[in-house]
Design a protein. Sequence first.
Length: 398
Amino acid sequence: MRSVEAPAFNLRPSDERLARYLEGYPPSLFSETLYQSIELMERYSIDLAIDLLERLNVLEQLDQPRSALKLCQALAFQGRFSSILSWLLQRLVETGCVEAETKNDGQRLYRLLSRPWPPQCPELRQIALKIDPANASTLDLLDYAAGLYPSVAAGKQNGEQGLFLPQGITLWLNYFHNNNLTYAVNNWLGAVVATNYLANRSSFQILEIGAGAGSGSEVLLQSLNERGLLPRLQRYLITEPNAFFRRRSQRELAQLYPNLPLEWTSLDMNRPWDSQGIVPRKFTLVYGVNVLHVARDLLFSLGQARSALAPDGWLVISECVRPCLNQPMYPELVFQILDSFTEVDTDPEFRPNPGFLTADHWRNAFKRAGFEHTEIKPELDRICEFYPHFFTGAICGR
């Protein structure tokens, strides 16, 4: 079987139409450096997928059409690994080396058309670091997660066990840091949108869910400060179930803003919020960055957020948004091996798959959860028509 040569990584400038759709946002929000970094990460994750499929001996099984589940059975992988394997194979569908056929029952069969190129990860890493040295944070986490795939496939450990070892924690903190543009864009978009909603309020109270180590909280406070709105802040309740991340957030933000009414507590978004001290109809803004997509029952957690809002309050969540149904996205290489990412309730109308959702799925979920008005910023439906790798959106419900 013939092999495909590795395509050169030649970057063209971003489509000029993108700037038009981002005119109302700070120019730094989606810079050319960020655009180039995301394009690089997409290619890097494809080469990692090639490497993993070779190491897992999957490609030699694709001489005839096979489903991911049948491949797992043939290779003695765990059954739950089939969805992860589907993602790896879908990355190769994009290269033309693998074809996919969807049967009437929805089952997807994969067949090898040509041998993929030898992975170019070291060369791509060098390009990424020239684009932005901070890209090392994302590359390191992708590499570390990829190294766990064989043991996850064999059932020797799950993703949580591997990714949250001490070494993994350091990688997470670097990845979620605001110096890492490929992640920080989520923090900045959410902060800009949330600040705009608060700008005309004489006073406001904020509840943040799933704040992690506080990089999103830090950017929101910075955004409010730049707009002169911090004197109007009556209360900012920052919640995070992980005690290590919560303490780190508290230590750093309390030093930066010693005179602000900041509070920290734990909140499990999958349990009733009022039983955990969240007073209903209290908050002007409920805020979260990349958290609600892992809610076990999405409608329940959205309903809890709506109940916490004061009349005319807003829920604003900044999320990785899937441009098209079934489109793979490079961050999933890390997250899909986490049980918390995949073990969620699905629904064909608003959550057909675990993990990241499309803009339409978010609209449907907000409507089903009882929000009177929903907005998605920027105009993701139009952007994805000409740029398929714009992954960041703010979903807002009143």
